[in-house]
Design a protein around this ligand. Structure first.
Ligand code: IMP
Ligand code: MG
Length: 176
């Protein structure tokens, strides 16, 4: 699939930095002194995770998990495939899942079930963006950066078919 339109800016790097800073204050209130394990969902969360942890000024650990549900289509396939599971010990730990964007909720509900089976002490969700218009599985985001419209989002780590991750701003792609 080809698209010829330019990505349109939605949130600037300054707005993202302010949102990350606000999230780090909220997360600090809850997790300071608990040495939480932040589990980033690859690949889309890698830039968000890098900025978020550098604004958290207390001990924590980082782990990544990789799932895939999109392929090169702009619509979710509705199926979640585990590409890289967890190696860190989760039982008894305070877990914060760090996701790029929650859309239908299928990916995150799959991951929450997977992590819950490992009996963490607590489990919460932090997402850079939420697209509530397309939710199929009811779930709420505990720590949210931005609510986004029903558009295809790219930039700041988020891709379309592996492209646009490098854009420093959050953008959307026009429908073809
Ligand atoms: P869900 O399972 O439909 O909630 O989709 C979640 C996953 O799909 C996220 O982890 C994203 O990686 C990807 N995704 C959802 N919406 C978008 C988007 O607008 N742009 C890029 N990726 C998206
Ligand atoms: Mg993702």
């Amino acid at each position: 699939m080809n698209h010829k339109k330019e990505p349109c800016p939605l949130f600037s790097r300054d707005e993202i930095a302010a949102a990350v800073n606000k999230l780090s204050i909220e997360i600090g209130r809850e997790y300071r002194g608990k040495c939480p394990l932040l589990i980033g969902v690859l690949k889309g969360s890698f830039i968000f995770m890098a900025d978020l942890i550098r604004s958290l000024d207390f001990p924590l650990e980082v782990e990544f998990i990789e799932v895939s549900s999109y392929g090169s289509s702009r619509k979710s396939s509705g199926r979640v495939r585990m590409i890289k599971g967890l190696t860190a010990k989760v039982t008894g730990r305070h877990i914060l899942v760090v996701e790029d964007i929650v859309d239908t909720g299928i990916t995150i509900s799959f991951l929450i079930d997977y992590i819950k089976k490992k009996r963490p002490a607590s489990l919460k969700l932090c997402a850079l963006a939420d697209k509530p218009a397309r939710r199929e599985v009811p779930l709420s985001v505990d720590y949210l950066g931005f609510t986004v419209p029903d558009k295809f989002i790219v930039g700041y780590g988020i891709d379309w078919d592996e492209k646009y991750r490098y854009l420093p701003d959050i953008c959307y792609l026009e429908d073809e």
